[in-house]
Design a protein around this ligand. Sequence first.
Ligand SMILES: Nc1nc2c(ncn2[C@@H]2O[C@H](COP(=O)(O)OP(=O)(O)OP(=O)(O)O)[C@@H](O)[C@H]2O)c(=O)[nH]1
Ligand SMILES: O=C([O-])CC(=O)C(=O)O
Ligand SMILES: [Mn+2]
Length: 597
Amino acid sequence: MSAPTTDHRDLLTWVRQVADLTQPDRVVWCDGSDDEYRRLTDELVGTGTLVRLNPDHRPASFWARTDPSDVARVEERTFICSADEADAGPTNNWVAPDEMKRTMTELYRGAMRGRAMYVIPFCMGPLDAEDPKFGVEITDSAYVVASMRIMTRMGSAVLAAMGSDARYVRALHSVGAPIEPGDADVPWPCSRTKYISHFPESREIWSYGSGYGGNSLLGKKCYALRIAGVLARDEGWLAEHMLIIKVTSPEGRVRHIAGAFPSACGKTNLAMLDPVLPGWKVETIGDDIAWMRFGPDGRLYAINPEFGLFGVAPGTDWTTNANAMRTLARGNAIFTNVARTDDGDVWWEGMGDPPAHLTSWTGESWTPSSGTPSSHPNSRFCVPIGQCPTLAAEYDDPHGVPIDAILFGGRRKTTVPLVAEARDWTHGVYLGATLSSETTAAAAGEVGVVRRDPMAMLPFIGYHAGDYVNHWLSLGKSAPDAALPKIFYVNWFRRDDDGGFLWPGFGENIRVLKWITERLDGRGAAVESPIGLLPPPSAIDVTGLSLPPGALEAALAVDPDEWRAELPLITEWFERFGDKLPAALWAELDALRARLG
Ligand SMILES: Nc1nc2c(ncn2[C@@H]2O[C@H](COP(=O)(O)OP(=O)(O)OP(=O)(O)O)[C@@H](O)[C@H]2O)c(=O)[nH]1
Ligand SMILES: O=C([O-])CC(=O)C(=O)O
Ligand SMILES: [Mn+2]
């Protein structure tokens, strides 16, 4: 941590203006060094925000508990403040930019009193990219600085690369909890008033009141999806909520697959898949965000703009996601809202049998008979992606990897089969635009409610959702058909009558990926169905898998009655887009209705 070593005038001016407004005790320019990280985490241990875990179990790792009101993204308090209200569309909250800035300026006034104000220069994607995507986050949270160091490329090297005039996204964050003279700080400062605001025209992010990941690590959803999405629309590329993997067959055939699933619906797990089929290899490139642009050969190339993993803890175990467990075993992790064992390790639901005693995410003594989960369902681990044993060598390549297939997936108990293939790009965009999923604990609000979530981007589209699906359609026209990725629709979460999962998921998902790669190779059997091309059950390799009789058939089934019941829901969804809904998507819906009879 040092004085600014930059002559970037615009940045220096902005930092001074923010300090004048927010009145911090001191301004700290973050250099991203190990020393700085050690100092910050020591301070956080001092304030009780972090608890150091037992280094025998978890080297250089920490346990954090949030305020119980500050545990997830707050979609109700997230705003797209475009100049024109119409540009925010039917799926976003909108407030006029001037009005939002007036309101939030008053909230920021004096908001950092008694605190340090940290300046974090960061870059989304490799620094040696042709057009590096810089940002600077100003925050009064040391937890945010420590987390941003794991999640982004940040510090002195970024500031140097920005030179004196690089364009950057201004990302301002305050927990909104000034410390008045004589008052003590609390372990998790935050405010009841929360705003997560985006100004797409000026490429600014203003966040207030929350310290939780998606609301405060502004390089992630706010920049890499909502602001980058607007840039992508204007510049002809895609900023998507997708994992990226490299899949190698036993014959050595390499395929790259991107997949969009809503929050807490399986991206991190698929990104780190440990294949059960012999000879198959899956390597990780990204687990949450993909930036994709067409290369000179007409193919779509994807990079992961992030530097770390911010994964859902519950359900993560040696049996479900051994690679995540291996990544975490190397240490350097921050665990938020999980439970702590008496000997200084972490535990969460899904990690085998519970220990006899824990300290729960709310800080209370917990035993298996407590009757409540020990960890919050949206508890998270934050860890450098470089520690992932399956990280692909291509991860750092600024040109990215050519995408062969795109998966759209949701969490549906019924209706949606294990896998279906789109007939063509337009049909695939239709499948993405009508994607539905049950809500999860990743966002504040009710859990388990089916909602439409276009391309798993509902909370992250920074402009009109109709323009967004149109952008997808028009990109399909800009490349030769043969070069476009094939699109598939998947659902790992279908249930049987007793409520159990019909498909075992996790490492077994390689069986579905195998069929997908066979389809890419022009092999692999497929049968027509009203919703797309389906594998006959015999086309899924179930060697070594014992499923209950009829389970695979049930997982793959398309029930016309269930799909007829979807039609009015899809119609209602499309009507929300008004005249922005591309005619081609209405035509797809009409064709589906006709096929269902
Ligand atoms: N049954 C089943 N559950 C799964 C599967 N994959 C993931 N899950 C569970 O779904 C939850 C969320 O999975 P993640 O992989 O963390 O989801 P994500 O899409 O990365 O979530 P975000 O980080 O919020 O974007 C975890 O509890 C997983 O254990 C699967 O194939 N089958
Ligand atoms: O953004 C967050 O807070 C966590 C996350 O990855 C998601 O919700 O999709
Ligand atoms: Mn994830």
